[in-house]
Design a protein around this ligand. Structure first.
Ligand code: SF4
Length: 436
């Protein structure tokens, strides 16, 4: 099933879509189901990757905020930051209940690295609810393998990039195909307005990141650099690489904001949230494209993201960072190629080039935080996305590797990748760099 642009680009809070946003969404779903139930106790168990990075990714606080009824789209970041278990109790909606969180790195339900189980009991110890969610990347959740909120079949369903390109050649562009699908799900005027609002929220996040200072929480003592880098770039005489430097800086501004638990737009995940906003701002700032082109950019990016999600994964816990920053770079490259006048074949080619050069990239966040290497990694993802778009536009859309083959290669590489490199903080930089 293809997902909507509004599933892939959702306002949320940092630092992780899989480990912060999705658990909050699952907890809020449980809270709404138990709204009028006489619950005495709630036990939550999280497994695998979720358990291993739970503290660094704020999973524990996100669960408490979600159980109180907060949703990632509307919650103030400070509410999540301050969410606590008090005297062994949490707020379930508007009433306190006994609560325990069990972090289990090993064991638990098989079949997925990010599993959450909620068990609610009444005062007599009878089970009132026992349900299991999976966090499948980008803030998406499934319950017993079924999406919690599904969508109708799209107007122009495509299962491969080849099918998407074929539709686009008939409809005029990849953006036209994506728009037709969104209009199956939402009123036409809403689609345009919501995409513009999404682009605005991305831009606001860049600005907040550029203004912030200080150290990120978590113990790594990572300094926020975006503000200082901006001052340096503003003093610098423009050179031929200025666009690349600014684009990288904008991506870092977003990911510093994400790492600080601020408000970000998932694109397609929080860890990779900087690439698409930065590439979009690059398009308007350095390519002279109007801000009114943002909806087209986002539609095309979402069309590619939906394809990657359908045929591989956008989750670091499932396939490593190639699925997060790699997917974001492919999406951004496609959006940029479309705005710069690329044919459907060139747009697909841009996505392919960007994805190809992220294949094999592991997820190894130091300290289980979304800081190192994640923040700089978004800068590099953006630079690769721009390079991929430019390279594709100089060709004719033909390439030795097709986008479908690159997506398949990512899926296979992710399946072969050891769990230590899939958002568990047990391999790579996470073990080579000691955390005091
Ligand atoms: S290394 Fe990549 S996939 Fe892993 S947390 Fe960081 S941005 Fe996400």
């Amino acid at each position: 099933m293809l997902v909507s642009a509004f599933d892939l680009f959702r306002v949320g809070v940092g630092p992780s879509s899989s480990h912060t946003v999705a658990p909050m969404r699952a907890a809020a779903e449980v809270a709404s189901r138990l709204a009028s139930a006489a619950v005495a106790r709630l036990d939550v168990a999280v497994y695998g990757s979720l358990a291993l990075t739970a503290r660094g990714h704020g999973t524990d606080r996100a669960l408490v905020a979600g159980l109180a009824g907060h949703l990632p789209e509307t919650v103030e970041p400070v509410v999540v930051r301050d969410a606590r278990v008090v005297d062994g109790r949490v707020q379930l909606g508007d009433r306190p209940v006994a609560y325990a969180l069990d972090l289990r790195a090993r064991g638990g339900p098989p079949g997925h690295p990010n599993v959450l189980r909620f068990v609610a009991t009444d005062a007599a110890g009878h089970r009132m609810l026992d349900t299991t969610f999976r966090s499948i990347g980008g803030g998406f959740i499934t319950e017993d393998g079924v999406p919690v909120k599904g969508r109708a079949e799209p107007a122009l369903p495509y299962a491969t990039a080849a099918e998407l390109v074929a539709y686009a050649e008939r409809c005029g562009s990849v953006a036209a195909v994506a728009a037709a699908n969104e209009q199956r799900w939402f009123p036409r005027t809403d689609v345009e307005a919501r995409l513009l609002a999404t682009a605005g929220a991305m831009d606001d996040c860049i600005e907040r990141g550029l203004r912030a200072e200080g150290e990120l929480a978590g113990g790594l003592r990572v300094r926020r650099r975006a503000g200082q880098l901006r001052q340096q770039l503003e003093r610098q005489v423009a050179g031929s690489l200025a666009g690349m430097e600014w684009a990288g800086l904008w991506a870092m501004a977003v990911n510093e904001e994400n790492a600080a638990g601020g408000r970000v737009v998932t694109a397609p995940t929080n860890g990779a949230a900087g690439v698409i906003p930065a590439a979009l701002r690059y398009a308007t700032t350095f390519e002279g494209l109007p801000a009114s082109d943002a909806p087209r950019f986002l539609l095309v990016a979402a069309a590619i993201g939906a394809l990657v999600k359908r045929n591989a994964s956008i989750s670091g816990a499932e396939v490593g960072c190639q699925g997060e920053v790699g997917s974001a770079a492919a999406m951004a490259a496609a959006g940029l190629a479309e705005l710069l006048g690329g044919t459907p074949a060139q747009v697909a080619n841009a996505a392919e080039i960007a994805l190809e050069h992220h294949l094999g990239m592991t997820c190894d966040p130091i300290g289980g935080l979304v800081q190192v290497p994640c923040i700089e990694r978004n800068a590099f993802g953006t630079v690769k996305a721009i390079t991929a778009a430019k390279l594709a536009l100089r060709g004719d859309g033909r390439h030795v590797v097709s986008l479908d083959q690159a997506i398949d290669a990512m899926r296979r590489t992710g399946a072969d990748m050891h769990d230590n490199y899939k958002e568990t903080a047990r391999g790579g930089l996470a073990v080579s760099v000691p955390v005091c």
